[in-house]
Design a protein around this ligand. Structure first.
Ligand code: GLA
Ligand code: ZN
Length: 653
């Protein structure tokens, strides 16, 4: 495999097909000036390459690839299947999706193919095959980029049929399926596979976010993720026939809900993703998503897209302030990226992305703030290529799991305000602020490499997971879990015998009831010694079965009963946090867990700066970043000196 790359790819989406030829030469001049060494091409050119069913015309793409090759660019070659040509939809309307409301879409927009349409599959595979046949062997092709931001869902008859096949394979018999979906409820028993319909607004769906039967809706999500993954594999395999060793990727979207990225990553050579935080996204949240993308393959990743300045599709598209793009790029590298790529290199003339930022603005001038900042970063990254492939060692793992994401948010009750990613982030932020590196890990990770594992809202405990967590704790590990954990099995049926089900023994507690607090309602956490803090959202009513209480509730009829506990289990400890504490309260509890686990922060001195490191060949690259909005002194170990807002320094020791 031709990975890792020999230099940090620096470039991004480039659409010379939208421009007259004379602009291309100007592009080459400007890119060189900006230190750009890579271009992602052919992302949305299907209609150009295949003007009708019978004709393929590669002349323009040939010219683009020749130009980029002659100028020594690393080419990221996309397959263009993320947007279908109009003629395809006109001739074969079944390639378009049927949406959640049951409406068959017409031609328009993008990312809108039915994943189970044999016609779409045939044309997409053929396009990828022809591209690979034509361009494989060009040494400038650094990476294949299949489709674009796979996502969404389809509820068409073709998908419904394929769903039944998928179910038969999974369950074997209708008896097993009826049991898994608990269809005795409301008399939904199926006697024939053909009675099963896709769960959308016309059937089990209660708005896109809720469902009457989580079993079927969960399986449909798994099936959709698998269906789109199947599309990726079709193209990947077509490329592999002609190109044995160039890495193949598709650009992911961080915590995007629709696809089980841990499953996807197993099929990808390298993970790449598109980072588009909003103006008010917390920096810890972006850091978490980078760590998740690194966690998918437990390896460095590509930043396939970010904007050099501005977006167009958020409600409020603020500019990146001076220095911000650089600081964000270095944050990305700090958390495991080996490339920095932009959407896009030249700002387009028309349609919905004409106000999306780009390296080259509508003025066409190189005398712009954005162009200067891009050029400065280009020069800086050249010096950094030594860290390509560097590791990101961590002693803490936070479990992240798409089945849990889906199932938790499908539940009806106890509160509509429970959001999976937000819950995970509350824990992540604690470690981030204390400079304790974190790996975002899947259920099948090797737990033994961590000192501490946090498993907030581990709602669905699938087969074998509780046993593996018990082993981890028995051997001396520290586990943190809490409310809405251990409740259901992989089909969303409750683990009977008292919450938190299979985690009950190691937690040493029984959560007898779960109270929901409406917006504005709070309870108080009382700590020994008199400290107090607030909690909200949900309150487990906890009965001790061997665990020690760490704090108790201050109000309501359960005042004085435990709100969080610690249980010695084998050589390790299990923390159970039965409510959502405000950050100071959570920190008090997690401080205790961190010291029990013996986990060390990267520095002893507290600082509001972000401090991260990557390690390679005995060399440590320290990234110190200022996202606080005001000037901050450097920690003593890196000082003396200070960092202005968006200041960022790399120290190599
Ligand atoms: C996504 C897409 C790009 C572009 C950008 C705009 O990431 O992949 O084609 O639309 O968004 O932010
Ligand atoms: Zn479909």
């Amino acid at each position: 495999m031709k990975y890792p790359f020999s230099r940090i790819l620096y470039g991004g989406d480039y659409n010379p097909n939208q421009w007259p030829r004379e602009i291309w030469d100007e592009d080459m001049r400007l890119f060189q000036k900006a230190g750009i060494n890579s271009a992602t091409v052919n992302v949305f050119s299907w209609a150009k390459i295949q003007p009708n069913e019978e004709t393929y015309d590669f002349s323009e793409l040939d010219a683009i690839i020749t130009m980029l090759s002659e100028n020594g660019y690393d080419i990221v070659l996309a397959t263009s299947t993320g947007a279908m040509p109009a003629w395809l939809v006109k001739r074969y309307p079944e390639v378009a999706r049927v949406d959640y409301e049951g409406r068959r879409h017409k031609f328009g927009q993008r990312h809108n193919h039915c994943p189970n349409s044999p016609v779409y599959q045939r044309f997409a595979r053929e396009l990828a095959r022809r591209l690979a046949q034509r361009y494989a062997g060009n040494p400038h092709i650094a990476c294949w980029h299949v489709n674009n931001e796979y996502g969404g869902e389809c509820f068409c008859p073709e998908c419904e049929k394929a769903f039944r096949v998928w179910l038969r394979k999974k369950y074997g018999t209708l008896d097993a399926l009826n049991k898994a979906w608990n269809t005795e409820f409301w008399g939904h028993t199926f006697y024939d596979w053909d009675e099963i319909v896709a769960p959308n607004a016309l059937s089990e769906g209660i708005g896109p976010e809720k469902t009457a039967f989580a079993g079927i809706s969960l399986d449909y999500r798994r099936f959709m993720s698998d269906s789109l993954l199947q599309n990726f594999k079709l193209e990947r395999d077509a490329i592999r026939q002609f190109d044995k060793d160039t890495p193949i990727t598709t650009n992911l979207m961080g915590t995007y809900k629709g696809l089980d990225y841990f499953k996807w990553a197993k099929e990808m050579d390298v993970v790449s993703w598109d980072n588009y935080p909003a103006y008010d996204t917390p920096w810890s949240f972006t850091a978490m998503r980078h760590d998740l993308m690194r966690g998918l393959k437990s390896a460095p990743f590509m930043l396939m897209e970010q904007t050099p300045s501005q977006q167009n599709w958020q409600p409020y598209n603020s500019l990146k302030k001076p220095g911000q793009m650089r600081a964000q790029s270095l944050q990305t590298i700090a958390h495991g990226a080996d490339t920095i790529q932009f959407f896009q290199l030249r700002r387009s003339v028309g349609a919905c992305e004409k106000f999306h930022g780009a390296v080259i603005s509508h003025s066409g001038s190189e005398d712009t703030r954005v162009f200067r900042e891009v050029s400065e970063l280009g020069a800086e990254l050249k010096e950094l290529s030594g860290l390509i492939g560097a590791d990101s060692p961590a002693e803490v793992g936070i479990l992240f799991d798409w089945d849990n994401y889906w199932a938790l948010e499908y539940t009806s009750g106890p509160t509509i305000d429970l959001k999976y990613v937000d819950q995970i982030h509350q824990y992540y932020r604690y470690f981030y602020e204390r400079h304790i590196p974190v790996d975002m890990i899947p259920m099948d990770a090797d737990f033994s490499q961590y000192k501490l594992i946090a498993a907030p809202v581990l709602y669905m405990v699938k087969e074998g997971v509780a046993e593996r967590l018990e082993q981890f704790v028995s051997a001396g590990g520290t586990l943190i879990t809490g409310f809405m954990s251990g409740l259901v099995d992989q089909s969303d049926n409750v683990h009977l015998g008292g919450y938190p089900g299979p985690l009950r023994k190691m937690c040493g507690i029984w959560a007898e009831e779960i109270d929901a607090l409406a917006p504005g309602q709070q309870n108080t956490l009382r700590f020994p010694g008199g400290a107090e803090s607030k909690c909200s959202l949900l309150c487990d009513l906890i009965r001790l079965e061997g665990a020690q209480p760490l704090c108790t509730y201050g109000e309501d009829f359960y005042a004085g009963t435990p709100a969080a506990t610690k249980n010695k289990f084998g050589a390790g400890n299990v923390y159970y946090i039965g409510t959502q504490p405000e950050p100071v309260g959570l920190a008090k509890l997690l401080d205790d867990a961190v010291s029990a686990a013996g986990t060390k922060p990267l520095l002893d001195e507290p600082t509001p700066l972000e401090v991260t490191r990557r390690v390679k060949d005995g060399k440590t690259y320290w990234f110190v970043l200022n996202f606080t909005g005001s000037t901050q002194p450097l920690p003593a170990c890196f000082g003396p000196g200070e960092l202005p807002p968006f200041g960022a320094k790399i120290f190599c020791k």
